[in-house]
Design a protein around this ligand. Structure first.
Ligand code: GUN
Length: 288
């Protein structure tokens, strides 16, 4: 069993990005600038945005966090997005999800200009990605494919089973895994899938992205499979100062010994998501 170290891989990618930024700045250009919009005070979102700001520092980017209370109206958010779309000092921006229920996430993601949509959530980028055309790929699926590539996990002709059909992980990952060059055969499972364990046991690469702690048990995994755990659920833990720990979607203790490769939580996919966001921001900057 080998552990896929997402933290170290993400650090290597950020160092590569920092090198390119140093080159640009030395030639007289300003640094890339990423803006994050954070609505309300969700603990998870606060942590994600703080980690994105830290990553910007590591890459030599400028970063700005724009905060709004959760009473902000949809019209006010759309107005803010319009101003960021037109701000020449901003190369890319993200609206941290989830948003309060009175704000339509679809409307928000559609409003972000595709050339500044470094999350890759705008339907224009999703469509381009599905067609295999140049675009901003959403960060978590892109991070997973990058991890498989850097660890030289074979994908060609392999069966990749994805549990979860979300718009930000399951669906776009299916598109990337089946693309030319990756060449996996993909099955997407979800809450209505019959005989789930029977299907997951045929996976060479099993991706758990459903958000249920320790859902994937040893009897669902083929010995020698590569297991990618996208889950990051906060579960109460009195022994921690924070009062919680992050739990993946895989029963790690039981599953890890059977795997060829496995990603831990934390320190697996999570850091890669942020590294790919930095990569997208650098691309947005270079294109401008
Ligand atoms: N919420 C959970 N993951 C993400 C992400 O990758 N980007 C944004 N903007 N919000 C998220």
């Amino acid at each position: 069993m080998k552990i896929i170290d997402g933290k170290a891989t993400a650090a290597a990618i950020k160092a590569e990005i920092a090198q390119e930024v140093a080159k640009q700045v030395a030639s007289g250009r300003r640094a890339p600038h990423l803006v994050a919009v954070l609505v309300g005070h969700d603990g998870g979102s606060e942590t994600y945005v703080a980690n994105k700001v830290k990553a910007c520092e590591a890459c030599g980017f400028r970063s700005t966090v724009i905060r709004r209370e959760d009473t902000v109206t949809e019209a006010e958010i759309l107005e803010l997005i319009d101003s960021l779309n037109h701000n020449d000092e901003v190369d890319g921006f993200i609206i941290q999800l989830p948003l309060p229920r009175h704000i339509d996430e679809q409307k928000v993601t559609r409003a972000v200009a595709p050339e500044k949509d470094v999350d890759g959530f705008n339907p224009a980028n999703v469509g381009m990605m599905s067609l295999g055309l140049p675009c901003f790929k959403s960060a978590t699926p892109a991070g997973i494919v990058e991890l498989l590539k850097r660890y030289e996990v074979p994908t060609r002709g392999k069966h990749c089973v994805i549990i979860g059909r979300s718009n930000i992980v399951g669906k776009p990952l299916a598109m990337l895994m089946m693309q030319k060059g990756v060449d996996a055969t993909v099955t997407v499972c979800h809450s209505a899938t019959a005989n789930l364990a029977e299907i997951t046991r045929t996976a060479d690469i099993l991706v758990a992205a459903l958000g249920k702690p320790a859902f994937v048990t040893a009897d669902m995994v083929k010995p020698g499979a590569t297991v990618i755990d996208v889950g990051t659920t906060r579960v109460p833990d009195a022994s921690r100062k924070s009062g919680f720990r992050l739990s993946g979607d895989v029963d790690y203790e039981a599953v890890a010994p059977m795997c060829e490769y496995i990603t831990p939580v934390p320190g697996g996919v999570g850091p890669m998501t942020i590294a790919m966001l930095m990569y997208n921001t650098l691309q947005a900057y270079l294109r401008r």
